[in-house]
Design a protein around this ligand. Structure first.
Ligand SMILES: *Cc1c(COP(=O)(O)O)cnc(C)c1O
Length: 371
């Protein structure tokens, strides 16, 4: 028998989250963002659940090739554009749309030989200060692109630094608006947080929204809003079994460094999941788990292959009990609770994004589709 640990990918949850995003931005087209191998879910695994998107956005040319190989004929957007001139050949061949965020990328286009005009997304830096043209340089870049025979259509894009915080997007929007209001072309502005928090009050149209994290059912602005509060459902669940049980006396400790010390007699379960599976090593004692669907907590230090959980008050829990590290229990029908990946992430000082992306290759994954 393989180690009793299992990740589950729920395609119905993905479809639900996509429908929710569409209802939040009913007039927008939706880029499904699948960079980083679909935030750790696996592009091939989730592809069926993404049929209703209008385009697929990612970073790696190899991921774009995989998406085309799966038969996707719709738009694909390279979110960082190309890295060298040769990449443009693949863009022409696979009909990939690409971001243009700097002069060097325009230089590459200008020497690229192609019969088919490219669709580009010209990116403005509205305060994130990662990629994009300064607002004052944006028009010149647009004019230069517009004059290139290699370019067929120019769309306008930016990425907000504070869509998930109280600072919000108003200042960035004002800049974008000031420097683009008389330029033609479709717009793409909103990630998950901007779509959920601001799409309803956007004063500038946003033709294409770009949700990533919300598709996968984690809250883009936890703890301001939980996934539940947004109505998002977890796509990824991580479950493992109890493979050992220990009885502690007051004063006994648990795990490396004796980090947890019992102050009373306790029963603990040893779970077949550790940081080598992608569980965060920084998760402290008290990080929430479910044992057979009932909430409990971790104890002591996370080790490479195991963690320990408190089953003192769960007399039914025993060898083989299912422990939910995040997402939904799988062995119980109609589970009521589950553990949000955002709760686990914030206990460990990180975000749901990082936990999803870090799911280890050694964890077997099952795709669940109840269509
Ligand atoms: C990753 C990314 C997104 C998606 O962001 P989420 O916070 O996951 O919704 C959108 N736009 C760009 C440019 C990105 O790099």
């Amino acid at each position: 028998m393989p180690r009793p640990i299992q990740a589950t990918i729920d395609l119905q949850a993905l479809r639900h989250n996509l429908a929710l995003i569409k209802s939040t931005a009913p007039d927008a087209l939706v880029w499904g963002v699948v960079k980083a191998n679909a935030y750790g879910h696996g592009i091939e695994r989730i592809f069926e659940g993404l049929r209703a998107v209008d385009g697929i956005a990612l970073l790696d040319l190899s991921e774009a090739e995989r998406v085309r190989q799966m038969g996707w004929r719709g738009p694909i957007l390279l979110l960082e554009g190309v890295f060298e001139t040769r990449d443009l050949e693949l863009c022409s061949r696979l009909n990939l749309w690409h971001v243009v965020h700097c002069e060097a990328q325009i230089d590459m286009l200008a020497i690229h030989k192609t019969h088919l005009g490219h669709r580009v997304f010209l990116k403005m830096n509205t305060g994130m200060n990662r990629l994009g043209f300064a607002p004052q340089a944006f028009r010149a870049a647009w004019t230069r692109l517009n004059a290139l025979p290699q370019v067929d259509e120019i769309s306008l894009m930016s990425h907000f630094s504070d869509a998930d915080t109280d600072k919000g997007i108003a200042a960035a929007m004002a800049i974008f608006q000031e420097y683009t209001h008389d330029l033609s072309g479709e717009r793409s502005l909103c990630n998950s947080a901007a779509t959920l928090r601001h799409a309803k009050d956007l004063k500038v149209r946003s033709d294409w929204v770009r949700p990533g994290i919300a598709l996968y059912g984690s809250s883009p602005d936890h703890p301001a809003h939980t996934a539940d509060q947004w109505g998002l459902k977890p796509v990824m669940s991580l479950n493992a079994d109890i493979i050992g049980v220990q009885h502690l006396q007051a004063g006994d400790s648990v795990g490396y460094g004796s980090l947890f010390v019992a102050d009373r007699p306790m029963r603990i379960g040893v779970v077949a999941c550790g940081y080598a599976d992608g569980y965060p090593r920084h998760a402290p004692t008290g990080t929430p788990v479910c044992v057979d669907g009932v909430r409990s907590r971790t104890l002591g230090r996370v080790s490479m292959d195991m963690i320990t959980v408190d089953i003192t008050d769960l007399p039914q829990a025993d060898m083989g009990s299912e422990v939910t590290l995040w997402g939904q229990p799988q062995k119980i029908s109609n589970p009521t609770g589950g553990v949000s990946i955002d709760e686990v992430a914030s206990a460990a000082g990180t975000v749901g994004y990082e936990l999803m992306c870090a799911l280890a290759a050694r964890v077997p994954v099952t795709v669940m589709d109840t269509l």
